[in-house]
Write a protein that binds this ligand. Structure first.
Ligand code: GRF
Length: 210
């Protein structure tokens, strides 16, 4: 589900096409008719649907329509990729632990909109991206995978966004791959990766010694 330019969608499409992730995209849904992501999907012969949230009286009515359309596809997983509508418990509970989202910050820092701008304004030395299972809160669900990027003195929101986005395009397909390999185990707030590798000693210091 998208609302905009769809670069994460593009990364997912490419991972499906080169069989890095074992799945097929059943449908791309946008609540914006002019979303560039719809053009990307069509150019890869992926079915698309435009569902205009403005046509529905309540969020729930909009979501009932989405649920119906999604169920008809038989999709096993829903990926939010720049989908700019808040989802209510009605939608979230219809697909419990089967909705993923990506956020451009290291949650729980900087939830909501403009994660990169919030990181710059706050002055953190590291930020990043997070893929998580959507729950009823805003960016509060169990975390599957995160990528860390440094924030440099010369960064603007634009340059940080670019650096973070490059990582988003790696970790979102990876999270989807883990899901379809049945390797994600959710226990409360923690998501465990079955047969995961322990990473080497981790130490990132920024600014580093000169
Ligand atoms: C990304 O920054 C993602 O983290 C956030 O929305 C943006 C979507 O970008 N949820 P794109 O449409 O995938 O290019």
């Amino acid at each position: 589900m998208i609302s905009g330019r769809g670069t994460n969608l593009q990364a997912i499409i490419e991972s499906c096409e080169n069989e890095t992730i074992p799945c097929e995209i059943a449908l791309v849904i946008s609540n914006k008719s002019d979303a560039l992501g719809l053009v990307r999907a069509k150019s890869h012969n992926i079915p698309t649907a435009f569902v205009d949230h403005k046509k529905f009286g309540t969020r729930e009515d909009f979501e009932r329509e989405l649920i119906k359309i999604i169920r008809e596809t038989g999709a096993e997983l829903i990926c939010l990729a720049g989908f700019m509508r808040v989802l209510t418990p009605l939608f979230v509970n219809a697909f419990k632990n089967r909705i993923l989202n990506i956020h451009p910050a290291l949650l729980p820092s900087f939830p909501g909109t403009h994660g990169n701008r919030q990181a710059i304004d706050y002055g953190v030395k590291f930020s990043g991206a997070t893929v998580y299972f959507v729950d009823e809160g805003t960016d509060t669900g169990p975390i599957i995978i995160q990528a860390v990027v440094p924030v440099f003195d010369c960064d603007t929101e634009e340059t940080l966004t670019e650096r973070v986005l490059a990582q988003e395009h790696k970790i979102y397909p990876l999270a989807i791959k883990y899901f379809f390999e049945d390797r994600l185990e959710v226990k409360g707030r923690r998501v465990f990766l079955k047969k995961g590798k322990k990473m080497d000693e981790f130490s990132h210091i920024n600014p580093d010694k000169t």
